[in-house]
Design a binder for this molecule. Structure first.
Ligand code: KIV
Ligand code: NA
Length: 265
């Protein structure tokens, strides 16, 4: 099947066809997610938590994101690959942001980038876009700003934060972003943003009224089970399957059952 492009995502929204998006942080997971038919693969900075065991997304570096993204891109034939710009690589000034963006694109061969924030980072977004790099926005709960919020609670429940979010979404669209992720906000607000914007709005914990959904792969297949927000639907218990398999392996090694006659040279 044809490769997914930002243009095709826009057409999907126009047709009312929902967009599926999942994370991947390595080659093997990238191949699995791509072959299963997901439209967008996000090399998320959630890798900081999921892959590195950090408590927040802040510590992951540009070099580390580039290493992960290169591996994912090698495994993907169909999906659009979006790479998160890590904390600190685009907030300083637009020149630094562009330098970071160019490094990611040159070294990973990914398709596009994602950044958190609206008005505050608009100059950086515009400068990256003007270099011909497609950019996806990310509003609502922005994990790179967790130290400002102090919690991972639902965002934009009050009018002033909701109004700012709506303004930011329009600013990002007008700047030329090809899509926006909305994380953990009321479903009604998310639907309003999706209705007002022409570009696709992808939600995580943002209800069913948006143009597509994104989840963290390790959470939705139950590889990681330390995280159970209301918005997460768990489609498998891979951690359970691995526990059992590894338990049997340990038993077989201890008992001498593995390897058997056929499993040696
Ligand atoms: O890093 C990530 O996984 C994300 C998604 C939750 C949207 O940004
Ligand atoms: Na992210």
């Amino acid at each position: 099947s044809r490769r997914v492009t930002t243009q095709r995502l826009l057409e999907m929204k126009q047709r009312g066809e929902k967009i599926s998006m999942l994370t991947a942080y390595d080659y093997t997971m990238g191949t699995i997610v791509d072959r299963a038919g997901v439209d967008i693969i996000l090399v998320g900075d959630s890798a900081s938590n999921v892959m590195c065991g950090n408590i927040t997304t802040l510590p992951i570096t540009l070099d580390q994101m580039i290493f992960l993204a290169k591996s994912v891109v090698r495994g993907v034939n169909r999906a659009l690959v979006v790479i998160d710009m890590p904390f600190g690589s685009y907030q300083g000034n637009s020149k630094e942001a562009l330098a970071s963006a160019i490094r990611i694109m040159k070294e990973t061969h990914g398709d596009c980038l994602k950044v958190e924030g609206g008005e505050e980072i608009l100059e950086s977004v515009k400068r990256i876009l003007s270099a011909g790099i497609p950019v996806m926005g990310h509003l609502g709960l922005m994990p790179q700003s967790i130290n400002k919020y102090g919690s991972y609670a639902v965002r934009a429940k009050d009018d002033s934060e909701a109004d700012k979010l709506i303004r930011d979404a329009h600013l990002l669209e007008e700047a030329g972003c090809f899509g926006i992720v909305l994380e953990k906000i009321p479903a009604k607000l998310a639907q309003r943003v999706a209705d007002e914007l022409t570009i696709p709005v992808i939600g995580i914990g943002a209800g069913g009224g948006v143009d597509g959904q994104v989840l963290v792969l390790h959470d939705m297949v139950g590889l990681n089970q330390d995280f159970s927000p209301r918005f997460l639907r768990r489609y498998a218990n891979i951690q359970g399957i691995m526990n059992e398999a590894i338990g049997h392996y340990v038993e077989d090694v201890k008992s001498g059952d593995f390897p058997n006659e056929k499993e040696q040279y």
